[in-house]
Design a protein. Structure first.
Length: 300
């Protein structure tokens, strides 16, 4: 794997690290299986790209994309909490609706940003090539978002959100408004995913209605890989593990696709993804029985 492929994998891994954080917040913290991310990721790209092409400042366009993602998460939360639709089905309904919404926003299947200003434009005069500038900017953005999420989860409101996901009945008994907390968590989750979509569009020079396909799998793979590789103790370590899991996941895919011995092609990306996710799920289960056997063997 050459330098271009390596830095490209780091760049994509950092962007999808935002998706991993969103998935961690919904799946792990709120215990809310959310497939909205397959729609909110391209939603962020669509909103940002359309506004930039229309002459809006890239930073304002990115902020609008974040707000749009938050609204998408709120729709899923309302369908579940207000109307009693099963959370998984509610997220699927929102995801399906967002496909048409994204087409409406862009007016066509894709929007090109190659000649348009982006969030990278103000930093291009620093003398760094795009090869290094994109991963560096991605790292700064992801580090700031990760620090904010880690701080939020250890605040009183963050603790109430964690309690809501762990035991809603107990949380309600303690006076926590679980419905409102869940709605806020879903909005935050999809806002981060939409931010990832907006950065993806600006770093790659296009927004496409199909870029969200399989986003939930990528996010889950990053979360599971991070938890499988690193011993997660506390939310701060869990947040870091999600980001590192996302980067390692993209590096593993890049290595697999660039290994001539394996003979894999770009068309095999979904196969490689499925295998990596399966291994991430299997490995923790393989480790635990061995640990149990050693523990039993040590007993007198």
């Amino acid at each position: 794997m050459n330098l271009v492929s390596f830095l490209g994998a780091i760049e994509i891994g950092l962007v999808y690290g935002l998706v991993a954080l969103g998935v961690y917040l919904s799946f792990r913290i709120l215990n809310f299986p959310d497939l909205t991310v397959d729609g909110s990721f391209p939603l962020g790209a669509a909103v940002a790209a359309t506004l930039i092409v229309s002459g809006v400042d890239p930073y304002l366009a990115t902020l609008a994309a974040v707000v749009a993602g938050a609204l998408a998460g709120l729709v899923t939360a309302v369908l579940n909490l207000r109307f009693g639709i099963l959370h998984l089905l509610a997220s699927i309904l929102t995801m399906i609706a967002l496909y048409s919404v994204n087409l409406r926003i862009m007016g066509r299947p894709n929007v090109a940003l190659i000649t348009e200003p982006t969030v990278l434009t103000p930093f291009e005069g620093l003398g760094l090539s795009g090869l290094y500038l994109k991963p560096l900017l991605g790292f700064v953005v992801v580090a700031i978002v990760a620090a904010m999420i880690a701080w939020f989860l250890i605040t009183n409101y963050g603790l109430s959100m964690r309690a809501t996901g762990a035991n809603p009945r107990m949380a309600r008994a303690q006076g926590i408004a679980t419905a409102r907390v869940t709605a806020v968590g879903m909005a935050l989750s999809n806002a981060m995913v939409a931010l990832g979509g907006a950065l993806f569009a600006q770093m790659n020079g296009f927004a496409d209605v199909t870029i969200g396909t399989g986003t939930i799998v990528v996010g889950l793979a990053a979360v599971i890989a991070g938890e499988a590789i690193f011993r997660v103790r506390g939310v701060v370590i869990a947040v870091v593990a999600c980001l590192l899991g996302s980067i390692l996941y993209r590096l593993a895919i890049a290595l697999a696709l660039n290994a001539d011995v394996l003979g894999l092609k770009a068309a095999d990306l979904n196969l490689v993804t499925a295998v990596l996710v399966a291994l991430a799920l299997i490995l923790p289960g393989v480790r635990n029985p061995l640990k149990g056997l050693l523990t039993r063997g040590a007993k007198p």
